[in-house]
Design a protein around this ligand. Sequence first.
Ligand SMILES: Cc1ncc(COP(=O)(O)OP(=O)(O)O)c(N)n1
Ligand code: 3NM
Ligand code: MG
Length: 210
Amino acid sequence: MPLDLSLYLVTDATLCREHGLEQTVEAAVKGGVTTVQLRDKHASDEQMIAQAKRLKALLAGTGVPLIINDRLQVALESQADGLHVGQSDAAVQQARRVLGEQAIIGLSINTIAQLQVSPFELLDYVGIGPVFATESKQDHAQPIGFGGLAALVKACPLPSVAIGGLKANHAISVQRAGANGLAVISAICGQPDPYQAARAFQIFQADSAS
Ligand SMILES: Cc1ncc(COP(=O)(O)OP(=O)(O)O)c(N)n1
Ligand SMILES: Cc1nc(C(=O)O)sc1CCOP(=O)(O)O
Ligand SMILES: [Mg+2]
């Protein structure tokens, strides 16, 4: 199935606590989320593997892939669909070697210089950001705004997803900047109704349905 980045949910264990992680993901996917990334900076590998297996079971038959944040071993052992790495995480080359050709591998990009040295032939997509400052990632890089996003998308030969401080009302600007979708944490995780929160991102959902 082709990778659909149009509405990419990155999970946060703390924000998802109220509804529960699985319930949040299930509701968000019903609301239109097309890709899910399990991101948990505090769980052990064992906890994350167990969580990933539960999410894989929940997503079975939906066509929505499960990507693991940072941890190559977790992606491998949970048989997730892929891995997302940042500039200071596991090397893309190692990830591709370990996970194989079928795995979905994404890399974070914040600057043109990072883009220029990226191993595009080993990647499936890039996450570009942060578009705006965000409280969901303490160590985020300098925000690039929609102008920076558009410049990076233009220079990038791969599918791209914008990330960082994005809400439903930003979907049209992200689309105009040329990205394939938006990745969000707080616009869905911890919202009173994750289903409705996902539904609010209508522009990209309409595109992916056509
Ligand atoms: C889709 C997507 N894009 C970017 C990131 C950020 O990855 P990274 O820079 O490794 O930061 P952490 O998420 O590990 O804090 C992402 N996770 N997903
Ligand atoms: C996980 C992550 N990566 C970023 C990057 O710029 O690479 S910004 C970010 C957090 C996104 O959370 P929210 O949607 O709540 O702003
Ligand atoms: Mg990382």
